[in-house]
Design a binder for this molecule. Structure first.
Ligand SMILES: [Zn+2]
Length: 82
């Protein structure tokens, strides 16, 4: 009885909901490079980044990586021109 009520409370906590979505958030970060995120997705991403340093670091790194990949692709395009 006590265990059940405690579990229910934890699951209903908004913080727990956000904290448990690290996997979802990293997916959204990748997705954001393929298509624009919806307002709901952006909200989820931003609110999670505000409280999760781990995902914040991942987001920053992925942005840098994405920029480098983009620059590299552009470089390849330029050098491969006939
Ligand atoms: Zn996270």
């Amino acid at each position: 009885m006590t265990n059940n009520s405690l579990k229910k409370e934890t699951n209903n906590s908004p913080l727990h909901k956000i904290m448990s979505s690290c996997y979802q958030v990293t997916g959204l970060v990748s997705l954001s490079y393929e298509r624009p995120l919806t307002v709901k997705e952006q909200f989820l991403l931003k609110s999670h980044l505000a409280i999760c340093a781990g995902c914040r670091g991942f987001y920053k790194n992925s942005q840098t990586l994405h920029k480098m990949m983009k620059a590299h692709k552009q470089h390849q395009k330029d050098t491969q021109k006939p």
